[in-house]
Design a protein around this ligand. Sequence first.
Ligand code: UT7
Length: 330
Amino acid sequence: MAIRIIGTGSYAPEKILTNADLEKMVETSDEWITTRTGIKQRHIAADGVATSDLAVQAARNAMEMAKITPDQINFISVATVTGDKAFPSTACFVQKKIEANNAVCYDVVAACSGLLYSLEIAVAMLRSYKKYKYALVIGAEKLSSIVDWQDRSTCVLFGDGASAVILERDDSLPDSEDCLVASELGAAGIYSELLYLPAGGSAMPASHETVEQRQHYIKMTGQELFKLAVNGMVGACRTTMKESGVKSEDVTWVVPHQANMRIIGAVAQRLTIPEERVFVNIDKYGNTSAASIGICLDELCRSGKIKRGDYILLTAFGGGLTWGAMLLRW
Ligand code: UT7
């Protein structure tokens, strides 16, 4: 039995916010944003559009590639930190909108590492239960809804978007055809306050004070995160390569979470993987958290840059803190 990726999809809302637009909103410059992060623009969802709406578009694209219908999907996993509501799960809203009426639904909260966490869980479910054949794994965020548009240290970084992957359990294939070669996930709750949303949960319910104090927006300690991000991603990537015996020169593409061009560069350098094998689209989308890796994967797939048998190394880092790497054989 083998688990295969049979479809990918992505979606970004139409509206684009450029660095020049941001120059008019906060004290910043295209030069600062570009040199410090690599971001030139980000997509922003319209008022009234929810994370599940973005997810649905990505899911439809992925189902089309996979050539499956919504009723064939056995479970939907949505990785997000910007769910439509505190509950029920955003996966349930996606289910309703695409009419995947036979699916089990749940969300995964692992911030920017969300898609990797979600894929690991989905693969384990498909391997464990013969009753599951098709999984719809989504990473989707409307980060613009939790960005403080008065805080220049964070508002220039984030964007909205969604991505989806369809996994299939194929009992006719040998185990050696499995797409997941090795994976390594990690977390360190001791650093939870380096990147978080202070209010709105049970620890600090919404009140007039929390709104006045701008506690419903992303808070981030960027510099400290930067170092931990590089170490976390490099360590996880090395573990997957060591476990599988796959060397850095065998990897066709590294697909890193798109948080900062300088982080991506440092990771590639420490893994001794040349720039041309590191996929980057941060300039177009900014940091879309759980959506970012799947958007990259979909762009790679649709541009014909991946062929069967290629090794693809996904790696991410984010709030939690959480991190991970996943080595795929396409
Ligand atoms: O998604 C996964 C988790 N997130 C990350 O991994 C993010 C990791 N961190 C980073 O990417 C970087 O730390 C940032 C891009 C957030 C910041 O870059 P930095 O090189 O670490 O800048 P900094 O925070 O040290 O700030 C340098 C200066 C400061 O001014 P002073 O104190 O030197 O006068 C900031 O106030 O840049 C200033 N600054 C800005 N200036 C213009 C901060 N934000 C801006 C801005 N425009 N938007």
